[in-house]
Design a protein around this ligand. Structure first.
Ligand SMILES: *Cc1c(COP(=O)(O)O)cnc(C)c1O
Length: 393
């Protein structure tokens, strides 16, 4: 252990690169036994050997060593002061929104995740928290939405499912002038490609159910606070609301996260190939992928992210054709969700965005022919051949 701690002090002198940090995040070796993974502390409470000298953790809602290792892990990856793990992405989002109070107003990107939209418009509105949805690719719209009671800005970039890009530095710079809290849902990019805290964002949120977990087998959420002060406030909310992640899922999530860079790099290469192939077809109306040369947000995206991700959306022309493709594909899961080792093909109009009124849905480019392809680790030529036969059917 002595040489290991020696190495660790060297690490401080030369910062480790992201891919190395994924494996050497500080909690990779059990201090007590040297075991090669964090133990699962399946315990709800902790014995006080001396009541005057309480143990580090006293009750697992307030803190558990397995969950703590995960929380430290995501904080390191995002470059924030403190991390938190929740029972789902929505638990991370709703807990973070509890930083606001009745009478507060929030500016939110209009193509926010469907569950977040529902939370804001059917639950938080009843608690006196007001929201204005704006096209966040246009900073003027963001500015125009400001009111004296505005307290926060909520960003998602790239957005779902049409992959619109928000200029994170520009929005946070303006938000800071007005002393607004900035929150960003980083689910699609993950810290492998995009670390919003480096651009001034206060709280980064993940549905870790997607790329971070990566195997369609665990539901989890994560949040990272930029400062210790904000971390303290999030900690009080996580403990007060009880929205914590269980220890088995905490362990499973860490296991998935260790391979994040390998999975993302492979899937991105395949996604780029798929996007180019789709764009070359005359029977596809539109392709949405930030890596395409004609993507309107490409330049902004390249300022704030080091890659384009693994999600490609495309319009096959009609609802009838979209349903035919969904029923004919053999390889991808046909399902909601994304970001897994297996490819997942979704139909936003009837799945993630089914609750949205048709007019609003169409205005936001979520047409009846739109499909969203989350590219997994299969051989891309097999995926393309499969999609080709489904499109021809
Ligand atoms: C899935 C998802 C969520 C919600 O996360 P859950 O883990 O399903 O609760 C939030 N934001 C984005 C972008 C998502 O894709």
């Amino acid at each position: 252990m002595g040489t290991r701690s020696q190495k660790q002090s060297n690490k401080e002198q030369e910062p480790l690169r992201f891919e190395t940090k994924l494996l050497h995040f500080g909690g990779e070796i059990d201090r007590a036994t040297g075991a090669s993974s964090v133990p699962i502390y399946q315990a709800s409470t902790f014995h006080h050997d001396d009541v005057f000298n309480p143990p580090l953790h006293d009750y697992s809602r307030s803190g558990n060593p397995t969950r703590q290792a995960l929380e430290d892990y995501i904080a390191i990856l995002e470059g924030g002061a403190r991390g938190f793990a929740y029972s789902s992405g929505m638990a991370a989002i709703s807990s973070s929104f509890m930083l606001l109070s009745a009478g507060d107003h929030m500016i939110v990107t209009e193509d926010v995740y469907g569950g977040t939209y529902r939370l804001l418009t059917s639950i938080l509105n009843r608690m006196g928290i007001e929201t204005t949805f704006v096209d966040m690719t246009d900073l003027n719209e963001v500015k125009a939405a400001w009111k004296p009671n505005t307290k926060a800005v909520y960003i998602e970039t790239p957005s779902n499912p049409t992959l619109k890009i928000t200029d994170v530095a520009a929005v946070t710079e303006w938000a800071k002038e007005h002393e607004l809290l900035t929150l960003l849902d980083n689910t699609f990019m993950t810290p492998y490609y995009q670390r919003p805290i480096e651009f001034g964002v206060d709280i980064v949120i993940h549905s870790a159910t997607k790329f971070l977990g990566g195997h369609s087998d665990v539901l989890a959420g994560l949040a990272v606070a930029r400062t210790h002060e904000l971390g303290e406030r999030l900690k009080a909310l996580q403990n007060g609301l009880g929205t914590v992640l269980g220890v088995q899922d905490s362990w499973l999530l860490m296991r998935g996260m260790k391979t994040l860079s390998a999975r993302m790099a492979h899937s991105e290469q395949s996604a780029a190939k798929l996007a180019a192939w789709l764009q070359g077809r005359s029977d596809i109306e539109r392709v949405y992928y930030p890596g395409l040369l004609n993507h309107p947000g490409r330049e902004v995206h390249e300022k704030q992210a080091s890659g384009y991700g693994a999600v490609v959306s495309f319009d096959v022309g009609s609802g009838e054709r979209a349903k035919q493709v969904l029923n004919k594909v053999q390889l991808p899961l046909v399902a909601v969700s994304l970001g897994a080792v297996e490819s997942i093909l979704s139909y936003p109009a009837m799945m993630s965005h089914a609750a949205m009124g048709e007019t609003v849905r169409h205005e936001r480019g979520i047409t009846d022919g739109l499909l969203r392809f989350s590219v997994g680790l299969e051989d891309i030529d097999d995926l393309i051949a499969d999609l080709d036969q489904a499109l021809r059917a």
